[in-house]
Design a protein. Sequence first.
Length: 115
Amino acid sequence: MAWHLDSNRPIYLQLQEELELRIISGYYPSGTQLPTVRDLAHEAAVNPNTMQRALQELERLELVFAHRTSGRFVTEDKEMIHQLRLRLAKEQVAAFLERIYKLGLTKEEALDLVR
């Protein structure tokens, strides 16, 4: 899975968002161990400290937890993952509708496009 990073936004936030997407999509299933910071940083072509910051944010959100000697793991709280998936989906729908309305289309026209 490719990492698409934009220099106009903080890199650690983009890494955090990408890791969240990978978790909620099942790429990193609930309870599984994540690759090491170095491996993830290498894959994303970023400094390991930047990746570490993104992972610390995920820990703060309790989406990821660390075992001192065995690395980081995805939360086993499937309801939390489900709620995050719904929240992100609603944000995407709202952004889509906002752009559609700016184009001058109605709600019905937007629904026709989706169908």
